[in-house]
Design a protein around this ligand. Sequence first.
Ligand SMILES: NC(=O)c1ccc[n+]([C@@H]2O[C@H](COP(=O)([O-])OP(=O)(O)OC[C@H]3O[C@@H](n4cnc5c(N)ncnc54)[C@H](OP(=O)(O)O)[C@@H]3O)[C@@H](O)[C@H]2O)c1
Length: 249
Amino acid sequence: MSDLQGLRAWITGASSGIGEATAKLLAEQGAEVIVSARRKERLSELAKQIGESKVVVKPVNVTDRAAMEALGSELESLGGIDILVNNAGIMPLAPMLEGRVDEWEQMIDVNLKGLLYAIRAVLPGMASRKRGHILNLGSVAGRVTFPGSAVYCGTKFGVRAISDALRKEALHYGVRVTDIEPGAVATELHESIGHQGSREAVTGEGGFYAPGADILQPQDIAQAILYAVSQPKRVAVNEVLVRPFIQEM
Ligand SMILES: NC(=O)c1ccc[n+]([C@@H]2O[C@H](COP(=O)([O-])OP(=O)(O)OC[C@H]3O[C@@H](n4cnc5c(N)ncnc54)[C@H](OP(=O)(O)O)[C@@H]3O)[C@@H](O)[C@H]2O)c1
């Protein structure tokens, strides 16, 4: 414990999966954690598990630009954020021919616009203090494409581009940027798939998320995030790609 003592970390999408595991691990390592998502009960339960004194629960919908701006100001008044884990995301997969335009927009709103609103909320404060670390949750799907994943991949390729361009700017004012790129992780993410065929393809036999598939656990990605934030000042971990051993693509 305690490399992260005195640091304040904001984790979006902390009500389940990778965000929840990361909040627990960073708190265990001594950070104060701010946890956000829409499901307040899940955040309150998480706060109980971590220990209320080390957690601040701040429910927010990352697509609500005004609410994200207001939360950014509030977090700044608490003393500012040292580590942003920009994690909230959805993955309603479907073939493009299905034309599920509402889902395309939701993915763009959460995975890209929500991620940008969170960056906007912390970046000026980090720049003024000349320190801070932004970790964006990209994906293997930000490097390779899969049929049925065109828009999801589009958002994650976007996360990779945003992370790399921001890195080139932010090194001039002391802020680190990391794109965390998991392969398949056992979380609730596939529950956002409304298209039955796509859901069956990933949760049925041979699918990434089939019952019993030996894929990553959320703690595996939390460990990658801890690795990135625990490096000495001279080291910048800019991309971390972690696949389950059995995942080919
Ligand atoms: N699981 C994988 O295989 C995998 C692989 C590569 C990358 N990723 C990425 O990892 C990140 C975390 O996903 P996960 O796998 O941990 O899935 P998860 O368990 O479904 O977690 C997603 C989190 O995002 C939050 N969220 C969704 N929409 C939101 C909104 N509008 N406003 C605020 N929070 C919102 C959810 O909370 P609420 O519903 O309570 O709002 C939840 O806490 C995502 O960016 C995902 O794309 C996952």
